[in-house]
Design a protein around this ligand. Structure first.
Ligand SMILES: *Cc1c(COP(=O)(O)O)cnc(C)c1O
Length: 425
């Protein structure tokens, strides 16, 4: 593999034979902090954000980072300092973004199952908008807000029924999905929202899926949403903002997603053509801001030759890197030091007692026990989905900024994991 060809390049790249993140040798971080270890590049995140900012230059637009992709506090801080708002999906995420220094008005709240307690806390914090996903939720939110003597700002998440051409588990804008309000019911839902005493209609939103690598599903969704905007506004219900959700894909292997600025030039051209170019626009990117800004560094524990397969057993597992087990996702796995040995084909697997605990299949690697590997494109939906299965402590995390490395999360030990448990009397 040639240098510079790595996903996450140029922030993750070989210098000579050794893999660096920005100006820091990954092997030095592994030696200092142990493995498995998540390592992030601040410059990679800001570069991903800059592509969106270029795309929106001169527009009334705001980026709300969808933090379920990676909700570590220091990462939220990076985006807060860069002027981003945040798209949350739980009360826990609300507390995280407030702890990272965001204001209530920087926050929008998505998700199909908000509880009354979460609604109250979000209203107390003065959030920018609730993205409501059903008529039942409209009724409850209105009740909660009215009881507090206020009106909740709401946008309705509509389901444009377009196929995002991605993995079924991460497509969300089809008729059969649990998300959003069906296109043909949206007008009725808006009439209801406008009539409820505890609500103030502020906008419309959609989110059609994740890891989308083509422009066409976005254009189709845009057309469907604009048709609705026209219908809703013709009834005298004004929509101050239009929110297009997130979903833009990244390179894990050989995907060719559009760059964020290119995608937005196409969408803005269509918005302009239909007369909506000067609306307040919002987007909710997650993966595309952090996915290629992170890697998981892991040590090879054992090589286990087999009759049908050779196994390379590493110290990272499905609890640290859940995407392969969950979505059969592909992550590149590369050595921290490019060796001269003869490559052997391995299934790269973790120590967890599950056959689903694989990180990569049929990978050519020239490695020995004790050597270090990096699982690339691990900035999104890895640490935020990590679990303690098999009573494995979650990894430490380091954020690199130029030649500096900041520990942003310490490794969990068994005591951390047992803290809330109680023995019987
Ligand atoms: C997950 C999610 C996002 C972010 O999706 P990405 O694919 O990570 O960009 C945005 N909006 C909503 C409502 C989501 O659920």
């Amino acid at each position: 593999m040639s240098a510079g060809a790595l996903p996450g390049g140029p922030f993750f790249q070989y210098r000579g034979e050794e893999l660096f993140v920005e100006d820091v040798r990954l092997a030095d971080l592994a030696r200092g902090h142990g493995t498995p270890l998540f390592v992030y590049s601040r410059a990679a995140m800001l570069s991903a954000l800059a592509a969106y900012q270029r795309g929106f230059a001169g527009r009334k637009a705001r980026i709300f980072y969808a933090l379920k992709a990676n909700s570590s506090l220091a990462i939220l801080q990076v985006f807060a300092r860069a002027g981003c708002g945040f798209d949350i999906v739980s009360g826990g995420e609300l507390e995280r973004v407030l702890a990272a220094g965001a204001k209530g008005s920087d926050i929008i709240f998505s998700g199909v199952g908000k509880t009354r307690a979460e609604m109250r806390r979000a209203l107390d914090a003065g959030i920018h908008c609730f993205n409501v996903e059903s008529e039942a939720e409209l009724e409850v939110l209105s009740e909660v807000a009215a009881a507090m003597g206020t009106r909740a700002p709401v946008s309705l998440r509509v389901n444009p029924d377009v196929n995002p051409l991605t993995h079924p588990y991460i497509s969300t804008g089809l008729k059969g999905n649990k998300f959003g309000i069906a296109h043909k019911e949206a007008l009725r839902a808006y009439r209801r929202a406008a009539a409820l005493p505890g609500l103030r209609v502020t906008g419309i939103d959609c989110h059609i899926g994740s890891q989308i690598t083509q422009v066409s599903p976005y254009l189709d969704a845009l057309d469907r949403v604009l048709d609705l905007v026209a219908a809703i506004e013709s009834e005298g219900i004004a929509l101050a903002h239009i929110d297009f959700g997130g979903g833009l894909g990244i390179v894990y292997n050989s995907e060719q997603p559009p760059a964020a600025d290119v995608l937005w030039q196409r969408l803005l051209a269509r918005l302009d053509a239909r007369g909506y170019g000067d609306r307040q626009l919002m987007i909710e990117p997650g993966r595309s801001l952090v996915g290629n800004a992170g890697a998981c560094v892991t040590e090879v524990l054992y090589l286990k030759p087999g009759e049908q397969k050779n196994f390379c057993i590493i110290d990272a597992a499905m609890n640290d890197l859940p995407r392969p087990a969950m979505y059969e996702a592909f992550h590149q796995i590369v050595p921290l030091r490019q060796g001269a040995g003869k490559p052997v084909t391995y299934d790269v697997v973790g120590p967890v007692c599950e056959s689903g605990d694989w990180i990569g299949r049929d990978r050519k690697l020239a490695v020995q026990p004790g050597e270090l590997l990096a699982v690339l494109s691990a900035g999104a939906y890895c640490m935020s989905m990590a679990s303690n299965y098999n009573t494995r402590g979650r990894p430490a995390e380091v954020l690199v900024d130029g030649a500096q490395a900041h520990v942003i999360r310490e490794r969990e030990d068994a005591g951390d994991q047992m803290r809330k448990e109680k023995l019987l009397p």
